[in-house]
Write a protein that binds this ligand. Structure first.
Ligand SMILES: Nc1ncnc2c1ncn2[C@@H]1O[C@H](COP(=O)(O)OP(=O)(O)OP(=O)(O)O)[C@@H](O)[C@H]1O
Ligand SMILES: [Mg+2]
Length: 210
């Protein structure tokens, strides 16, 4: 069972958006997929509930109590964990223990970049991260690629000690899909294919490192 932790202490960076898209991709690929929702806002859980009738449903599991592992089905092939805002590495210990990779979404603004640094520093203290055994990938989110603000933020991100594994665009598609319990991998339109391609480097990175 592969486990991906999506986390950042910074609120609103796109954790739930990324976690639901990754879980949707796995389910569409035919894998038994579980989305562990560790956020009291329960947005991931509601997303799962909205696609409960699909063949590509994703099982939501409440990640609040440490007993959440008991609720993981034995045949689960892919686990995605959606962490809450405000949680630093210490707070995420039970999830970090079982993670094969950590993805950290970051918005292209000075406020977000600066607020993410202490979180990444807290991750850097984790034993498996220090030993190079737990890969961390940055996901630049809500980019407006034609703007100098986005380009400068990307340049800054690329100078950080972890790789930028995906560059996701700012798009109403993500807002709509979240409301519908859907993901970009559920559709074949040209627009959705464009968003799917933005995830390709992330999946290549996961395949290689997680
Ligand atoms: N790439 C994107 N394009 C457009 N809107 C986006 C994108 N990613 C996220 N959003 C929107 O930004 C808002 C915050 O995203 P999301 O809820 O995924 O962040 P979060 O990190 O989970 O927040 P929290 O810290 O509150 O859990 C939501 O309204 C979401 O729909
Ligand atoms: Mg969230």
């Amino acid at each position: 069972m592969r486990t991906i932790l999506v986390a950042s202490s910074k609120g609103g960076a796109g954790k739930t958006t990324l976690a639901t898209q990754l879980a949707g991709h796995s389910a569409v690929a035919g894998k038994a997929t579980v989305l562990v929702d560790a956020d009291p806002q329960r947005s991931s859980t509601r997303w799962c509930e909205k696609r409960a009738d699909l063949d590509t449903a994703v099982l939501p599991v409440d990640g609040h109590s440490r007993a959440f592992r008991k609720h993981l089905p034995e045949d689960a092939e892919q686990l995605v964990i959606d962490a809450p805002a405000g949680a630093m590495a210490d707070d995420l210990e039970p999830f970090l223990e079982m993670a094969d990779a950590v993805l950290v979404p970051v918005l292209p603004s000075a406020i977000d970049l600066e607020a993410t640094v202490p979180f990444l520093n807290s991750l850097a203290q984790v034993g498996r991260v220090r030993k190079g055994k737990l890969p961390i990938g940055l996901v630049a989110n809500r980019l407006k690629p034609w703007t100098s603000v986005s380009q400068q933020a990307l340049e800054q991100l690329r100078a950080w000690p972890y790789p930028v594994v995906a560059e996701l665009r700012d798009s109403q598609a993500y807002v709509l899909l979240a409301a519908l319990g859907r993901c970009v991998f559920d559709y074949r339109s040209e627009q959705m294919r464009g968003h799917q391609e933005d995830f390709a480097p992330l999946f290549r990175w996961l395949k290689k490192h997680a």
